[in-house]
Design a protein around this ligand. Structure first.
Ligand SMILES: [Zn+2]
Length: 140
């Protein structure tokens, strides 16, 4: 079993930008924000001022933090071992992220996951995902 833990400081600092400031502020309070188009209604990741689908205006909204693993790889030659994954959010967008707090051999495509914030070296929240608590959201 290869246990992958959530270690603060393992992530490089995201570049600071005025556009990302509301996301970072909310994340510091444990809230995960997405942007959704006010014209076509689609959510997207990463957050953009203009909709990537129709170029309409977009607005922040709080996301559920629920998703499923779309694809992943375990970087076994890294020390510590870590993952790179695409997670499809309940709101629709698929995002590049890392899976943490998990057993690398027990990960599976389609597995329900839940958002957890790790901290970069300077303390900026970085959105990661861990397997969803089976008692909280049972698999069908
Ligand atoms: Zn749109």
């Amino acid at each position: 079993m290869t246990r992958i833990t959530l270690r603060d400081g393992d992530w490089p600092d995201p570049p600071a930008s005025p556009e990302a400031a509301p996301f970072v502020e909310a994340a510091r309070e444990g809230r995960f924000l997405l942007r959704r188009c006010t014209a076509c209604g689609k959510a997207h990741w990463y957050p953009r001022a203009l909709c990537p689908f129709c170029l309409g205006e977009t607005a922040w909204e709080e996301a559920s933090g629920n998703g499923t693993i779309y694809s992943f790889t375990v970087l076994t030659r890294e020390d510590p071992v870590r993952t790179v994954a695409y997670v499809t959010l309940a709101e629709g967008p698929t995002m590049l992220t890392s899976l943490v707090e998990c057993d690398a051999q027990a990960l599976a495509i389609g597995q329900p996951v839940r958002l957890v914030f790790a901290r970069s070296r300077n303390g900026t929240p970085v959105p990661c995902f861990r397997p969803a608590d089976p008692s909280a959201s049972p698999r069908s």
